[in-house]
Write a protein that binds this ligand. Structure first.
Ligand code: HT7
Ligand code: ZN
Length: 883
């Protein structure tokens, strides 16, 4: 397979001005006629014109209406090369034949439950027709679709509907015109039996935009939340960034077979059904939140991604990091800011930090790839969003907005780079930070060690900061990064002290905003070792470091356990209040893990229990925050913190702590269940979901005790549930323990919901993720269950993705978990390489385990890489994992 390098980027020699596409959709074959106005640039003289194309049958090719002859073009290695195209503007016409009904890769044009739909990002358009399938080629598209009217009454593409009508033989057509230039990856087409929920949004300039969400008829009642979320997102983008929607129609289509979450095609977003459909009975609070976030995310791409797009795929984080940041902020404004930040940081830590420390580590802007699909990663998305957040932390909200305004005024309609974004941010604020670009080019999570000292005589408090950026694949030596460290100092009654900083002992500054002393200072660490001294500190403070997680780093400090308990009780920065509890939890768990390994007796730190008791009973706290604060660090996070990860010891220690907490806090947990039941109609807004989250977390704790009384409580909650959030949480609580209650509840649940595929997927995931001993066998059996279908990505993510969540079972000592994954990857690779490569990624942490497990995982990776006809997608991940 060929590796593509950022350093080899060359601007295209031929521009495409206008593209006319005609799709004749058929059951056996679909033909695509493409007519392109080509503009050779001045450096095009004598250059060949190379078009990408995969799995296409070429019917004809013409230039200015003249059929080309053999010799004037050639097809090699998935490229069609026009050897000597004209050097003045010309019209290129290409006709190809494809078979969407046999396309199981779900990229290009494919069929999902009877409807035609497309997925072109990153390089799927080349499976539709020969084209310069790269984001810096932007053209105006007009699309004509012809199809059988009965089977495909709805015909959609990008832009505005400019014509439609009937044809012979029960066929009809529609013509769509998109007035905005766009790259091919934003092209979309949908044809099928769909109905729509229609609504409107009036923009800030008073234009009425028609909003339509399409689904098959049976699902349309489940689109109300998606519509409200869309309207909220449109309003938020106007309020926060002054960004208005630019067409009179915005369509969303939900499809059941989709490789990722959703796709931001211009004015025709295509969504995985699970991110559109919700009813109180079938979707959980977490589904409602994901729908709101992803509807927002795709909508926000209209400006950050579509109006201003990427020059090349290495710049992916330009649109994805920025748009994730925007959707995070949107969700924060719709719900609880602190809880959203906590959830985002957990995600970063459990997924991105391990990636950055493993064989697939890559910078936010990768230097090379074999398959671009493999780089839609947590690093590009989530770490990319952290990089964008650091601009805001450094420049302030207003400064960030100025940067965004300049970015759009400079680059609307262009395909640009991460440097362009950085320049807009810094130019708009007259700032220069020469080390900041390292966040785009250096991989690896920096480790920041902060130690503190108090000088009681001089009333100064000093922070010594040391950063190490670890070596990563292909990047042995790293430079120090710019790390914004948000800091507060708490006095003995838990209040924030006003901050004044001494710089290098020479000048001192009072940190003030609008005349008020600052309670949180953003220190800029720019060197490997950097010291900061605060003055006028009249008592020894407790430092609150890296407030709101101001940089994506691993933080080590000399803060004591008592200080952590103090921060857990008092920190005004809610994120750090939570973080203090987690830091203590991690320390306690790691110590218990060592004890398990040494066969010692286990006891739980009393002060920790009391700290959590205070949080649990604090009526002034947000209930969702309490839920997060009493949730222990996950097993996957602990894997990352051990030299040699020991799945059984991790599981034993964590389970011990859960049960000890349940014993000690039994009264308060019961109280939390009772006080937070609700008989009101389901409401997805924050205060309501916060009550449910606390009640359900308390239930999980209590049921972990596996006592008749607590199991009965969970069974009663299950039976009394009137919405999926409560029902599924109670099921999960019951299913923690083997036994008849578990068997009965799982079987009842399936009987009740077997016709709701998205609910059945939850049932698959819950069982797959179970820690009950020997569960690998059950997961294998579920592969043969009628509810499972390997062609549907959601099913694979639920069953196989769910299985990875069980550290003990996936990493079973006998290698049965690894073997199961190996079998699935091999089967999937032939059907859907993108999904197969997502699954094979689960092996990438194999070196973190003991030698026996390493050997077993390696065996599976080798078995996979030796496969004949292996896809480039899986090859890239598997071979890098082995390297
Ligand atoms: N921009 C979208 C990316 C996407 C995608 C990428 C590769 C393969 C399939 C895909 N489906 C969607 C999603 C987003 O970030 O908005
Ligand atoms: Zn995106």
């Amino acid at each position: 397979p060929k590796e593509i390098f950022l350093k080899n980027y060359k601007a295209p020699a031929f521009l495409f001005d206008e593209v006319h596409l005609t799709f004749i959709l058929g059951e056996q074959t679909t033909t695509v006629l493409s007519t392109i106005k080509v503009l050779p640039s001045s450096n095009a003289a004598k250059a060949p014109l190379t078009l990408d194309g995969e799995d296409l049958k070429l019917l004809h090719i013409k230039i200015d209406d003249r059929q080309l002859e053999i010799g004037e073009f050639e097809i090699v290695n998935r490229k069609l090369v026009l050897t000597s195209p004209p050097s003045t503007p010309f019209v290129l016409e290409i006709s190809t034949e494809i078979q969407p009904q046999n396309n199981t890769s779900l990229e290009g044009l494919y069929k999902s439950t009877g409807m035609f739909c497309t997925q072109c990002e990153a390089e799927g358009f080349r499976k539709i027709t020969y084209y310069q399938d790269r984001p810096d080629v932007m053209a105006k598209f007009t699309t004509r679709i012809e199809a059988n009217k009965e089977l495909y009454p709805v015909l959609l593409s990008n832009g505005n509907l400019i014509d439609q009508g009937g044809l012979e033989d029960g066929r009809h057509y529609a013509v769509w015109e998109d007035p905005f230039k766009k790259p091919s990856y934003l092209f979309a087409l949908v044809a099928g039996q769909l109905v729509s929920r229609d609504d409107t949004f009036t923009t800030m300039s008073g234009r009425e935009v028609v909003l339509r969400i399409y689904t098959p008829a049976g699902d349309i009642s489940k689109t109300a939340h998606a519509m409200t979320s869309l309207q909220a997102a449109m309003k938020w983008d106007e309020d926060v960034y002054g960004l208005e929607y630019d067409l009179d129609l915005f369509n969303i289509v939900a499809v059941p077979d989709f490789n990722m979450g959703a796709m931001e095609n211009k004015s025709l977003n295509i969504f995985n059904s699970k991110l559109v459909l919700a009813s109180p009975e079938t979707a959980t609070d977490s589904d409602y939140a994901s729908i709101e976030g992803v509807i927002g995310h795709e909508y926000f791409h209209n400006w950050t991604g579509n109006r201003v797009t990427c020059r090349d795929w290495f710049q992916l984080s330009l649109k994805e990091g920025l748009t994730v940041f925007r959707d995070q902020e949107f969700s924060s404004d719709m719900g609880s800011r602190a809880v959203k930040r906590i959830a985002d940081v957990i995600r970063l830590r459990i997924s991105q930090f391990p990636q950055d420390a493993g064989p697939m580590s890559h910078p936010v802007r990768p230097h090379s790839y074999i398959k671009m699909d493999n780089f839609y990663t947590v690093t590009v998305y989530e770490k990319g969003a952290e990089v964008v957040r650091m601009y805001q932390t450094l420049l302030g909200k207003q400064g960030f907005r100025k940067g965004m305004d300049l970015y759009f005024s400079r680059h609307d309609g262009q395909a640009v780079t991460c440097e362009d974004f950085l320049s807009a941010m810094f130019d708009a604020n007259n700032v220069k930070i020469p080390t900041f670009p390292l966040w785009y080019s250096q991989a690896g999570t920096p480790t920041l060690t902060v130690t503190s000292s108090y000088d009681a005589e001089n009333h100064t408090f000093t922070l010594k900061c040391r950063q190490i950026v670890p070596p990563t694949a292909g990047q042995p030596d790293k430079k120090p990064m710019l790390i914004p460290l948000a800091v507060g100092l708490l006095n003995s009654s838990g209040q924030d002290l006003p901050l004044s900083l001494v710089y290098d002992g020479e000048s001192s500054i009072d940190l003030k905003v609008d005349g008020n002393p600052v309670k949180t200072a953003v220190l800029r660490i720019e060197k490997a070792e950097h010291e900061f001294t605060f003055k006028d500190v009249t008592e020894k403070p407790v430092p609150s470091l890296l407030r709101n997680f101001s940089a994506p780093v691993r933080l080590n400090t000399d803060v004591t356990d008592d200080d952590l308990l103090f921060l857990l009780a008092h920190d005004s920065d809610e994120f750090n209040r939570w973080e203090a509890g987690q830091t203590l939890g991690r320390k306690i768990l790691l110590d218990l893990i060592s004890r398990v390994q040494r066969g010692e007796e286990l006891t739980l730190n009393e002060a920790y229990v009391e700290g959590l008791r205070s949080v649990l009973t604090d009526q002034s706290l947000d209930k969702d925050f309490i839920t997060k604060a009493i949730t222990l660090p996950g097993e996957s996070e602990l894997i990352d913190l051990m030299k040699v990860a020991d799945p059984v010891a991790i599981h034993t220690a964590r389970r011990f702590v859960v049960r000890q907490l349940a014993q000690s806090l039994r009264k308060e947990l019961k109280q939390a269940v009772e006080a937070n039941r609700s008989s009101e109609a389901y409401d997805p807004s924050h205060p309501h979901r916060a009550r449910r989250s606390l009640k359900n977390m308390a239930l999980v704790y209590l049921a972990s005790l596996d006592e008749p009384e607590t199991t009965e409580l969970a069974v009663q909650e299950y039976k009394a549930a009137t919405n999926m959030t409560d029902q599924f949480a109670a099921l999960a609580a019951i299913a923690q323990n083997s036994g008849s209650a578990r068997t009965q509840a799982l079987s009842d649940f399936y009987d009740q919901w077997k016709h709701e595929t998205l609910v059945v997927n939850k049932w698959l995931a819950l069982q797959a993720a179970s820690d009950i001993p020997g569960n690998v066998r059950n997961v294998r059996d579920l592969l043969d269950h009628p509810a499972f279908d390997i062609c549907n990505p959601n099913k694979v993510y639920s069953l196989i993705g769910g299985f990875f969540a069980s550290v003990v079972n996936f990493h079973a000592k006998d290698g049965s978990g690894y073997e199961l994954l190996g079998d699935v990857v091999i089967q999937l690779d032939k059907l859907n390489p993108q999904v197969a490569s997502r699954m094979v990624s689960a092996f990438s942490r194999w070196r973190r385990f003991d030698e026996e497990r390493q050997a077993l995982a390696k065996e599976q990776l080798e078995r996979i890489t030796k496969l004949e006809g292996l896809s480039d997608n899986v090859f890239e991940i598997a071979s890098k994992s082995l390297a």
